[in-house]
Ligand binder design. Structure first.
Ligand code: UDP
Length: 491
């Protein structure tokens, strides 16, 4: 089914997708593009050669019936002083952030040049909020632009409330403040994302660019579903004159096992080996611990997490990122004979884990996570309660939803964002006993533990229904496509 304009010049719909080059952003956007293409709408997704290589064959549509194409636009890492192949934020050392921004800016200009030549001209663009410069490229092309950044409704609202009220500027660093439009939500300045609280000229300029680009966007698509955050989506719809559509959860839209396993990157462990390991564990017994694609936690803090997993006496999968501190963490593991001590019940994965595949296995009983929004949605879709440990970005906002509003998680209790540089994380924020306490609460069979599990299972069911025919997200996609079809010429 191709949705087309109701005007006399029936033009088939064609949407171009421009993601931010970070896994937490391009993964859900690629899912969204695939989803829209299955509705018969032509989708063109701009990626880089490295992203293409990460996905491998899983980016190729199974059949020609899905009108999607992926365009590799070179990312000029070498020209701006980045290591060759550094094309995504998770491979970036943050000392080179401004170099990355330069290459990203050139990349967006190349995207603009490519779009200019497309025949027939696209109907609209869906782009990431975190690349606000793309608004200028889209406007030069006379192309309508919608935002999709993969975040949830509550996070978007909190960011909006902070930006408009500026309440965080009236309080001390650690002093809790409540948000005027969201009376249940209390935060401290130390928990706000760097781009929100920093006063550096570059961050102030970035913030201003984002605000301007947001205000000129035609609407917003959200990786959430109406039943998960009903009050918050109502507020967002008001803010966006009804042009806000919840179309998630994105992770549910990969149907083939190979697609699920290769979502975002090539796994560092053989999927079958991983599944076999899980098959040998009791149902609901395994703690899956993964703190996202970008967290950069100091070795001494990682060690506390390892000690807590060991002390839980339960089977666990522990995903560790290959960052500049890998050697120090390996040294700790080896000096403490960690692998030997947890032999048979601990599986350490260095690098990229097939997260959605793991979470959907019945052996997994808890998800120890950093509250990145994709991980939150993936945990919910799998019906697994969470042990929450926010440490960067808007993760403290997401934690409010998980632990406080929905009641499906227990926090390990961090008080502030961690520096992106492990060498600046001089103190251990969370001791192993505290992490263990949160694990025990979530794994417990007491009333609260069972209630948490029941709630998250109900949400998993609601998530599934929302994406099926007749469900809210299924309908919202149709409404969005109808909106762009009937307003084709209103740039
Ligand atoms: N992810 C994964 N394997 C890993 C690490 C991350 O599959 O080893 C995926 C995860 O499933 C999610 C995304 O990467 O879809 C991370 O996004 P999220 O918003 O959770 O956190 P971020 O990495 O952006 O902080």
């Amino acid at each position: 089914m191709a949705v087309s304009s109701s005007s006399s010049h029936e033009t088939p719909l064609h949407i171009v997708f421009v993601p931010m080059l970070a896994p937490g952003h391009f993964i859900p956007m690629i899912d969204l593009a695939k989803l829209i293409a299955t509705r018969g709408v032509k989708a063109t997704v701009f990626i880089t050669p490295v992203i293409s290589a990460r996905y491998g064959q899983s980016l190729r549509p199974e059949s020609d019936s899905i009108p999607i194409r992926f365009i590799e636009i070179p990312f000029l890492s070498g020209e701006v002083g980045l290591p060759e192949g550094c094309e995504t934020v998770d491979t970036l050392s943050f000392t080179l952030w401004s170099n990355f921004q330069s290459a990203l800016s050139k990349w967006q200009t190349s995207v603009e040049h490519f779009i200019k030549e497309i025949e027939p001209f696209p109907t609209c663009m869906i782009s990431d909020r975190y690349i606000p410069q793309i608004a200028v490229n889209a406007e030069r092309l006379g192309l309508r632009r919608f935002i999709f950044d993969g975040m949830g409704c509550l996070s978007i609202l909190i960011a909006y409330e902070i930006q408009t009220s500026k309440i965080h500027k009236t309080v001390e660093e650690s002093e809790p403040f409540m948000l005027p439009g969201l009376p249940d939500i209390g935060l401290t300045r130390k928990q706000l994302p760097i781009h929100v609280r920093s006063n550096s000229p570059s961050m102030t300029e970035y913030r201003e660019q984002m605000r301007a680009a947001d205000s000129r966007a035609c609407g917003i698509l959200i990786n959430s579903f109406d039943e998960l955050e009903p009050d918050y989506i109502t507020e967002l719809r008001k803010l966006h004159q009804n042009r806000a559509w919840c179309v998630g959860p994105m992770s549910l839209h990969n149907k083939e096992k190979s697609e699920v396993a290769r979502r975002g990157n090539k796994s560092s462990i053989d999927e079958n080996e991983c599944l076999k390991w899980l098959d040998n564990q009791e149902s609901g017994s395994v703690i899956y611990s993964c703190l996202g694609s970008m967290s950069n936690i100091a070795p001494q803090q990682i060690a506390e997490l390892g000690l807590a997993l060991e002390a839980s006496n339960r089977p666990f999968i522990w995903v560790l990122r290959k960052t500049e501190t890998k050697a120090d963490i390996e040294k700790w593991l080896s000096e403490n004979k960690f692998v030997e001590r947890t032999l048979g019940r601990g599986l350490v994965i260095w690098g990229w884990a097939p997260q959605v595949l793991i979470l959907s296995h019945k052996a997994v009983g808890a998800f120890l996570m950093h509250c990145g929004w994709n991980s939150v949605m993936e945990g919910i879709c799998s019906g697994i309660p969470m042990i929450t440990w926010p440490n960067g970005g808007e993760q403290f906002f997401n934690e409010k939803l998980v632990s406080q509003i929905l009641g499906i998680g227990v926090s390990v209790g961090p008080k502030s964002l961690l520096s992106v540089f492990p060498s600046e994380q001089t103190e251990v924020q969370i001791k192993s006993e505290t992490i263990l306490e949160a694990i025990e609460k979530v794994m417990s069979g007491d009333h609260q533990g069972l209630q948490r599990r029941k709630l998250v299972r109900e949400l998993a069911e609601a998530a599934k229904k929302s994406s099926e025919k007749g469900g809210s997200s299924h309908r919202n996609i149709a409404l969005f496509l109808q909106y762009i079809a009937t307003n084709q010429n209103h740039a």
